[in-house]
Design a protein around this ligand. Sequence first.
Ligand code: HEM
Length: 298
Amino acid sequence: MSGTLPRSRPAPRRYPPWRDRAGRFSVPKAAVLAGTVLPAALIAYWWLNDDLGPRTLNAAIHEFGKWAERFLLLSLAVTPARYVFDQGKVVIVRRMLGVTAATYAVAHFSLYVADQQFSFWKIDNEIVNRFYLTIGFIALVGLVALGITSTDGWVRRLGRNWKRLHWLIYPIGVLALWHSFLQSKAGISAALFVAGVFLWLIAWRLLPTRLRADPWAVLALAPVVAVLTAGLEFAWYGLATRVNPWRVLNANLDIEYGPSIAVWVAIAGLALTAAMLLLRIVRRKKPRKSVSSVPSPA
Ligand code: HEM
């Protein structure tokens, strides 16, 4: 046995978010970074131009909340995109999207604090006594914890536990969605569509690995997730409101009202399958490295 001490691996160098791990300028990373800043810039622009309506602060709270949720879903969609479109490289933007979701959630909360005139006693009281704020706050704390522990240093420090910890993104997503359902006063359509996409992301994760890039399996997910979305809508009206859920279900089946949210979710699933097949046809001539040969982080 040699008497040399094991040498610890040097920590990888840190680069700004528009550079890849080798320090080179990365067009996809720079484009996604610009995309993460754009909604905040637009909200600021509307604010400065008085385009957010009479309740400016409240409108900004809503906008940041919606974008926090969207970026959360986008970060969850990275792994499916990697398989479905056979694009191993998309993983380089996952961390950026997750951290962006946490940042928008913090901005959403900070604006709420400003809306309460920084009265921390009142804010504490509201968070403890209003259920939709309680679960929103738990989701916020969870999302921030995942954002902080997403650095290379934390990945190394936590080892196997890192994956276990970051799996918490799913319960955090459930709480964030529940929060947005509970505060939906003018109808749950937008929250329900987001929930449908979230259900698709979970259903895809439940597929056996060998089927995850199979267009027929992805096609089969569309009606399954549509039924789950309609079921969620039925359960919501039945359990959380006084509206008769059977009437909602009937309206879902009546084409006179136009496509229901569940149908839109199915349409999105079908469009995804069509995009998958189209991409395969386009690439047929060029043999490429399959996604299964790219090393897989979570
Ligand atoms: C991960 C954390 C969170 C996410 C993803 C989130 C997301 C959302 C979403 C999507 C909406 C609805 C926007 C709309 O449909 O127009 C919303 C509304 C709202 N959220 Fe959050 N939220 C989070 C945490 C919090 C926290 C911690 C608070 C405050 C303690 C909070 C306070 C509010 C308020 C006051 C509204 C508007 C309710 C109203 O106008 O009646 N949220 N949030």
